[in-house]
Ligand binder design. Sequence first.
Ligand code: SF4
Ligand code: SF4
Length: 384
Amino acid sequence: MEKELVINGYRKSFGKSLLYTLPVFLITFVFMSGGRPDFSDPARLVALLVTFAGMNLLYFLMHYTGRTDRYRAILFIIFALSLSFTLISNIVQMRNSMSFSQSDIVECRIPFCHLVIPMMIIPAAFTKSIIFPGSIIGGFADISSMVILWLFATIALGRGFCSWGCFYGGWDDGFSRIRKKPLLKKISDSWKWMPFALLLMVMLTAAMTLVPTYCDWICPFKAVTEFEQVTDTESAIKAGIFISLFGGLVVALPVVTRKRTQCSFLCPLGAINTLSNKITPFTVKIDNEKCTKCYKCTTVCPLFALSREDVNGGRVSVFCSKCGKCVDVCPNNAIHFGIKGVPAGSFRNFSRNLFLFVSFIFISIFSAGSIINTIQSLLNFIIS
Ligand code: SF4
Ligand code: SF4
């Protein structure tokens, strides 16, 4: 008889896990290869096959082992690293430098980034103009496809976007996993409200100045993508801010706290995604009948989304990014992916399977291109 694993309350056989992987296998094959792989470039073909096989293996393992966060994090971190690698290589190829000049802005040679979306809303409504320089349709990272993808992902996953779709989240997620135990345990969770204040501030300042102020002055990920040429005191101050915020919130604090501090404290898009958790069909539920109040889940939550009060109240807060870390560690299988309106403890397998399918399709669509490009560049480098 076929061996079955029982982890986190999920009873999965090898055959069943393969069956669950089949739809993702077919969908990823179609969108990665367009249905017809290109055999003319061997490095590209190998990169495509490695990405395709790796992604499907991770999805299979999520089903077979019952663990979510462990395999999600591998893909999410590779996604962030490869996105930065691809972006920097493209930018350097285009203009021989990681920095951009005023003429690059005027000539729309700046790839669009989803973090600018909150700042576009008011100027777009009142002036009918997009305040970020870039091509609306076509070209390198065009605006319309990015906005549409973000919108669909946000409606489907809510703040799940921050753990399954964001280009940058893998950076602080990765650094938060370096130490086994946190050096700094006490960190006030009231800071998690900061993105709402920041969101208001950047939306208003962007509306008044018609400049995406967060991108211009605050974004830590400029340090691993592109930044304005340092030509005067103002641009030097900006570069100093980007590098300090990256070092502090993306590297140092996540390492010592094991929390995703950039995503929790400084991302204005994270605030919008948090609000969108109110409309998404998926959620994380606590089954009070099984919960023994051991609070293991509260200590591992990387986004300050699960306090002891939340557990005592039998709910996960609106800050949840559906990463699945708490689900993976609960010793009593009391916490699980669920669907709103369905009581905790019911339809656990169905809810998890549906959530994993939807969220995995999003992360593979977002990440496939940059992972394939990165592997292809590395192969070309090795054989040249
Ligand atoms: S880890 Fe599980 S049993 Fe422990 S408090 Fe969290 S939900 Fe309850
Ligand atoms: S509550 Fe659980 S699923 Fe939500 S962010 Fe925290 S660890 Fe991740």
